[in-house]
Ligand binder design. Structure first.
Ligand code: GAR
Length: 193
């Protein structure tokens, strides 16, 4: 594996909508010696997203973008270009990106989803998994294309569902796996960069 350190790290933007614990984890990862990424800017579609505090704490730039407006998308594209962003990590970003935006960053946007894709695309994953009495669940990191949670899978982690599991316990157990899987996936796609 190629080790990218300091100035050689890939400029990355993380998009969030809520809690931002994956963002917090990615910031921590980005500061390690083995990380091929540097997080230059955090994008949120919500001005009150709790996760913004992690960006502030780490002195990372933040931009709030209204994704329903084309002018805002164009402003975002300019910001990303200005910051020379080569990778976009969606981390609990709960908006569907437009085809126009995805086309501008083709093959450079990745997402983490709390299920064993292609099963349980979309929202409220853990509720639906439990309702169906599934024996296993997990998380997936994948490339983003025009289809919801439909791009090529990079890595996936499977975990067993226990009888005593509820939405909260499952969410927490899956999140713990997400924190390992996202950095691993980034290393996987960038190791030959
Ligand atoms: C994570 O479980 C992530 O996989 C999920 O939202 C949560 C965000 O947590 N993403 C999706 O459901 C995307 N469809 P976080 O804000 O604490 O990182």
């Amino acid at each position: 594996m190629v080790k990218l350190i300091g100035v050689n790290k890939i400029n990355t933007s993380v998009f969030i909508s809520g809690n931002g614990t994956n963002l917090q984890n990615l910031i921590k990862f980005s500061k390690t010696y083995n990380s091929p990424i540097k997080i230059n800017i955090v994008i949120s579609n919500k001005k009150n997203a709790y996760g913004i505090k992690y960006a502030k704490k780490n002195k990372i730039k933040i931009q709030i973008i209204d994704f329903s407006k084309k002018s805002e998308i164009n402003r975002l594209l300019k910001i990303l270009k200005f910051n020379n962003i080569k990778l976009i990590c969606l981390a609990g970003f709960l908006r569907i990106l437009s085809k126009y935006f995805i086309k501008s960053f083709k093959g450079k946007i990745i997402n983490i989803h709390p299920s064993l894709l292609p099963k349980y695309k979309g929202l409220n994953t853990h509720e639906r998994v439990l309702k169906k009495n599934e024996k296993f669940t997990g998380c997936t990191v994948h490339f983003v294309n025009e289809k919801l949670d439909g791009g090529k899978i990079i890595l996936q982690k499977k975990i067993k569902i226990f009888k005593k599991d509820n939405v909260k316990s499952l969410k927490n157990r899956v999140l713990k796996e997400e924190y390992k899987l996202y950095p691993k996936s980034i290393i996987k796609i960038l190791s030959n960069y």
